[in-house]
Write a protein that binds this ligand. Sequence first.
Ligand SMILES: NC(=O)c1ccc[n+]([C@@H]2O[C@H](COP(=O)([O-])OP(=O)(O)OC[C@H]3O[C@@H](n4cnc5c(N)ncnc54)[C@H](O)[C@@H]3O)[C@@H](O)[C@H]2O)c1
Length: 345
Amino acid sequence: MNRVNVALVGLGAFGTWHARSLRDLPQCRIAGVADADATRARQMGDALGVPAARDAQALIGDEAIDALVLAVPPFAAAEIGVAALKAGKHVFLEKPIAVTDADAAALQAAAEAHDRVLMVGYVERFNPSLRRTKALIRTGAIGQVTKISSRRASRFAGKPDWVWDRCGIVVHVVGHDLDVMRWFVDDEVERVYAEAGSLMRGDLGQPDTVCVTLRFRSGAVGIIESAWTLPSNHPAEENDTRMDVAGTAGMISVNNLDQTINLCSESSGYRLPSILRWPGNLDGDVGPLSWALKDELAHFAACVGGEAEPPVTAAHARETLRILLAINKAIETSAPVALETFRPQ
Ligand SMILES: NC(=O)c1ccc[n+]([C@@H]2O[C@H](COP(=O)([O-])OP(=O)(O)OC[C@H]3O[C@@H](n4cnc5c(N)ncnc54)[C@H](O)[C@@H]3O)[C@@H](O)[C@H]2O)c1
C-alpha cells in the first residue's frame, strides 16, 4: 500500500481529532503540521514527531507531501486550499467549503484546473446510521422520499469566536442537515424559507436558533431545526441529532444519540436494521457501506500483504478458548476454576 503523505493545517478542536484519525490510518502518514498559533503547532509537531510550521506555505512547498487536510476556520481555508491545489497537492477541506461563494468558486476552479482531488468534509456522509438510511432509501424500502425533518442541537457555550463573527449557525450547522437531505432526496432544492431566533444571547446580534423549510424540485419537502440551546447537562457528548425520513411507502427514524434507526414500511413492517455489523445476504440492502465484517476482512487482506498484524492471533484465541472451557468446567462442577492449573481436555 502506498501511503499518502499528509500535512495537517489547523490544530484546534477539530484539527486535533483529524490528527488522531490520520495517525491511526494505515493508508496515511502525517508528514507535517501547521497552525497560525506557533505554540499549538509546536506541541502537535512534538506529539506526532513531525515538522511543525506557523504558515501552511512551508508544507505546500514540500515535495514529499501529497495532500493537505485543512481544519482551519472556513474563512481561512480558500487561500491555503487554492495555493495547495496550484502546487499540485490534493486537498481535504473541513466543511463548509468557505463562507463566501467567491472563495468556494476559487477552490473549485483550482481543483479543476490542476486536476487534483478536493474533498469537503461533511462527515455525516460517513455516519453509519445515515449511510444505512441512504442504502434503505436507495433500495426503495420507503418508496419515494416525501418529507425529511431533521433536528440538531448543541450547547451554546464553547464555540470559537469565528463561529459567531464570521460564520453563523446557518453556514456552520444547517449545512450538515442540508447536505444529508440533498444526498437522501438525490435532487436539488427549489425554494427555502427560514425563521431565526437569538434569545439565548440577543446582545451578540447573531441567531442561535433557526428553523428552515425547503422544497425540492421533486416536490419533497424538508424541515431543518438547528439550535445552540442544548442544556449544559444534556447527556449528548456533542450534538443531539435526529431525523425522520418519510416516503410514499414507509418511514425511517434515525436517532444519532444511540445510533439506531427504525424502519416502518408497507412491505417489511417494523424493523430495527443493524447498522454497524451485519450486511445481510449478497443482495442485502446495505449499499457500499463499511461494516465490521468488511473492515475485518480488509484488515486480514492487509495482513496477507504484510501491512498489518492480526489483532487476534492464534495464541490469543487459544487462550480465550481455554478460559471458555474453564468457565464450562466451573458450571459443571459448581466450583471456581483457577486458570493457572486448568488444563482443558
Ligand atoms: N464536521 C464537523 O462536524 C465539524 C465540527 C466542528 C468544526 N468543523 C470544522 O473544522 C474546522 C475547524 O474548526 P475548529 O472548531 O477546530 O476551529 P478552532 O478555532 O478550534 O481551530 C482552528 C485552528 O486553525 C488555526 N488557524 C486559523 N487560521 C489559520 C491559518 N491561516 N493557517 C493556519 N492555521 C490557522 C487556529 O489557530 C486554530 O488552531 C472548521 O472548518 C469547522 O467548520 C467541522
